[in-house]
Design a protein around this ligand. Structure first.
Ligand code: CTP
Length: 402
């Protein structure tokens, strides 16, 4: 719930892309935002207020005066209520009104009354989008401080192909979240994340592994990417993938492969987060053929795996930040602090196995953060995305030693 408690005024104008506003509304509501929709009159030709009222769970406004209820919709109140006014899609016509101070419908009147930041996502045909008057209007509203979510390229409703498509709702959501989450505060940072379980082969069809889902690692990777970092994710087999397409993923199976991929990029990184559940031991010999069932029991000789965090911790450079995880069942804080020191971490995140709502495979987690300077922080039971945000905030508090 990355937008919990945020009040978003969603303006929808007359464009064929108005149908995408329904999906956008769902995404915003799903992230916990309170969404109040205002439609321009021509938007009513493209999508019904009923659909949007159902999805936003609020009546949709489109006129100053509602003859059915006899009530007046106060654009000043709406403008003051919102934390963000997002207009998606915005047509060339409404854009021109905003640039010139026209105020002939509820949406444009609210725009003039709004004190909150304004984001606009244009949608129009490619030639319209490049027309000097549209470019000028975009420049004008940008000079007012409005945030422009540039149209995307692709197939357009006219049958032509080019720039003019409404930014995809998922990408708009990402921009809205980034706007609230102190924008791109990890821009230019290179981040290595290990995530998911490792698989240690016994024979060609069997392996030793664990219950790690990789959900926490994926959430951390997405948070870093959303906040501008270049993310390198070394990902164990079967682990959840992050959503952000810019993240570089290196798929691996065994701890040894995970180590090799991590070591290859480690020197160039600013921040390393060791979120993987690495198997501590692997079969000494991997059978080349499937092991046949013989006798009443069998034993497998195991040998210690490379400790990725420990080994790279020894090579840690002064400007680098290393973050580890600990999963404990007893003497939790004691073991976590020991690992912090032993593995040269700047921060360790303790997962408690005792806590309901925390642990493997779940969407929620409860963690304690132990910092190298001795201070600690504790979370509530929260969705893993919010835990990821808390971890990133924690990382920002670590002083870089050069
Ligand atoms: N880790 C690692 N490579 C390993 C084992 C662990 O990189 N071979 C990392 C994990 O990703 C985690 C941290 O080290 O960030 C601690 O992992 P954990 O399994 O709790 O600790 P271990 O050192 O394996 O100790 P133990 O299993 O004895 O509790």
């Amino acid at each position: 719930m990355l937008l919990k408690g945020k009040k978003i005024l969603l303006g929808i104008t007359g464009s064929i892309a108005a149908y995408k506003a329904a999906h956008l509304t769902r995404l915003l509501v799903k992230e916990g935002a309170e969404v109040q929709i205002i439609m321009s009159t021509s938007a009513l030709d493209f999508i019904t207020p009923l659909t949007l009222a159902t999805l936003s769970k609020k009546p949709v406004f489109h006129e100053f005066f509602d003859p059915k209820t006899g009530s007046w919709t106060n654009h000043v109140d709406l403008g003051l209520w919102a934390d963000l006014f997002l207009i998606a899609p915005i047509s060339a016509n409404t854009l021109s009104k905003l640039a010139n101070g026209s105020c002939d419908n509820l949406l444009s009147a609210t725009y003039l009354s709004a004190r909150c930041p304004v984001m606009i996502a244009p949608a129009m045909d490619l030639d319209m989008y490049q027309h000097p008057s549209v470019r000028k209007n975009l420049g004008t509203v940008a000079s007012f401080g409005n945030i422009i979510l540039d149209a995307e390229s692709g197939e357009l409703a006219s049958g032509l192909s080019g720039q003019g498509r409404l930014m995809e709702p998922e990408n708009i959501l990402e921009k809205v979240v980034a706007h609230f989450v102190s924008a791109e505060d990890f821009l230019g940072k290179k981040v290595l994340i290990t995530s998911g379980p490792t698989q240690e082969a016994i024979d060609p069809v069997r392996f030793i592994s664990n219950h790690s889902s990789g959900k926490m690692g994926a959430a951390i990777a997405d948070s870093f990417a959303r906040r501008g970092a270049e993310v390198h994710l070394v990902l164990g087999s079967g682990a959840i993938k992050p959503e952000n397409k810019k993240i570089k993923i290196y798929p691996v199976k065994s701890a040894q492969e995970m180590y090799q991929e991590s070591a290859r990029v480690h020197r160039a990184m600013d921040i390393c987060v060791f979120a993987a559940a690495v198997a501590d031991y692997a079969p000494k010999n991997v059978a080349t053929e499937k092991i046949k069932k013989e006798g009443e029991g069998m034993a497998i000789d195991l040998v210690k795996n490379v400790d990725i965090a420990l080994t790279l911790g020894k090579a840690k450079m002064p400007h680098q930040i290393h973050v580890g995880f600990a999963l404990e069942t007893e003497n939790e804080a004691f073991h976590a602090k020991n690992k912090l020191e032993k593995k040269n971490f700047d921060l360790i995140i303790l997962n408690s196995m005792r806590q309901k709502g925390a642990g493997f495979q779940l969407d929620t987690n409860k963690v304690s953060l132990f910092f190298e300077d001795g201070h600690t922080e504790e979370s509530e039971i929260l969705p893993k995305q919010q835990i990821a945000e808390m971890i990133l905030q924690g990382i920002k508090k670590i002083p870089v030693k050069i």
